[in-house]
Design a protein around this ligand. Structure first.
Ligand SMILES: O=C(O)[C@H](O)COP(=O)(O)O
Length: 423
């Protein structure tokens, strides 16, 4: 089986036509016609999840039970080891701020920061001495404006039970939630319990934030960017702290099948590692969608020879959703259809291999953020005894006609799919 998760591909049924309804998708339509479908709430009907919690959920793990901070997953995804007890990992965004007022101008540097620029900036911050409690910071840039930050102390124990300095996301336990409204200022770190560890961690985080702004605001990369009228990457916003490796059952133990993963972003790579999935490395987005999708397709087909279930995570539609650009979201869906779905259908025998297509969460362009809306799901196979008569892979089609109905939690979905295919 191949499970294809199109990051943030769903929109909200409040804003129709949705991006999926607008897109011309010959391949997805073909799959829909041989499918059983339905919809599901990624976590529940009130949680707008980040991708990590949503992906765990799709794979059958209740994110509120496993309770893993995304910081650790991002770190695992780029091969960073954590010293449990004295180090805390965060997901970070290079951002553009007004250095005097700390007002956030763009949480993602207008998506204009190249990975090469981010690498240079990270170099200037790495092994930063925080001046108190033997504190230090390690900064690793990943894709574009994204980074991983590890805050550590040579003297004190630290804790991940601290709030985000990125105001766009909140925390329920270690599960990160996209906030509907937030004040656009770099937030101060707040300890989330009364421990000395959380208090010291926050002092180190706030010291880090201050030092980063001092160093980055006049960094030669930013001077050059300002000359070209590009936004400066002069702050790092931290979120989703984690300080321990959780004890989670591997995915093969749960389902009795071997799993592989094709993932583009560190967070999904990290999830794959944590759950013991076999990975085929693919390069980060290169700027050529066609080339990237061909590479992802080759990786999928390679893994298909080696494992029972291949999980494929394609980032494409999420970014234009965040940017409020519906037209670009539609184009991204159409590119995935043309360069990934159609050639995939031609390369495999749908009598023997089932294809599941779904989304990890909705990112409606009208909303520019993840929402809790239900997402569509199709299970396509020529071996199914019946189909739902779907014509398209869209929110309305799957939610209104799919016989799986609207499943209340994403973590119930994969078990249902296996049951369906075993009938
Ligand atoms: O693109 C990402 O890494 C996330 O899915 C969204 O995070 P952001 O709100 O920081 O862009």
């Amino acid at each position: 089986m191949i499970i294809i998760v199109l990051d943030g591909v769903a929109d909200s049924l409040k804003y129709r036509p949705t991006s999926l309804e607008l897109a011309k998708t010959q391949g997805l339509n073909e799959l829909a016609r041989i499918s059983i479908g339905g919809c599901f709430y990624p976590i529940d009907d009130e949680t707008a999840p980040e991708s990590d919690a949503a992906v765990f959920s799709i794979l059958g793990y209740n994110p509120k039970e496993i309770n893993v901070g995304r910081g650790l997953l991002e770190a695992l995804g780029v091969g960073i080891e954590l010293l449990e007890g004295s180090e805390v990992a965060f997901r970070a965004n290079f951002a553009t701020i007004d250095a005097k007022t700390l007002k956030i101008i763009d949480r993602r540097v207008g998506r204009s920061l190249t990975s090469a620029e981010a690498k240079e900036l990270a170099k200037s911050l790495n092994n930063l001495n925080l001046g108190i409690y033997g504190g230090y910071a390690k900064v690793y840039s990943t894709v574009g404006h994204r980074a991983v930050v590890v805050i550590g102390s040579k003297e004190k124990r630290l804790s991940a039970n601290v709030s985000n300095t990125d105001p766009a996301y909140g925390r329920v336990g270690r599960v990160s939630i996209a906030l509907e409204k937030f004040e656009p200022f770099v937030a101060k770190c707040k300890p989330l319990d009364n421990s000395e560890e959380a208090k010291i961690t926050c002092e180190l985080v706030d010291e880090f934030t201050k030092k980063v702004i001092e160093i980055l605001d006049s960094h030669p990369i930013n001077v050059k960017r300002a000359e070209k009228s590009l936004p400066k990457a002069n702050a790092l916003l931290l979120r989703d702290a984690e300080d321990r490796y959780p004890n989670i059952k591997s995915i093969s133990t749960i389902y009795g099948k071997s799993f592989g993963i094709v993932a583009e972003m560190p967070v999904e790579k990290g999830i794959g590692k944590l759950l013991g999935m076999k990975a085929v490395e693919v390069s980060p987005p290169s700027g050529s969608i066609e080339k990237d999708l061909k590479e992802r397709l080759e990786a999928t087909l390679k893994l298909l020879n080696e494992v029972d279930v291949v999980y494929v995570h394609l980032k494409g539609p999420d970014e234009p959703g965040h940017d409020g650009n519906k037209q670009r979201k539609v184009s991204s869906i159409e590119a995935i259809d043309r360069y990934y779905i159609l050639p995939l259908i031609e390369s495999i025998d749908l009598n023997k291999i089932a294809i599941v297509v779904t989304a990890d969460h909705a990112t409606p362009p009208e909303f520019k953020a993840h929402t809790s809306d239900p997402v569509p799901l199709i299970v396509a196979s020529k071996a199914l005894k019946r189909t739902d008569g779907l014509n398209r892979f869209t929110e309305h089609e799957c939610c209104s006609k799919g016989s799986l109905g609207i499943i209340p939690h994403g973590y119930l979905v994969l078990k249902k799919i296996f049951e369906l295919l075993n009938q």
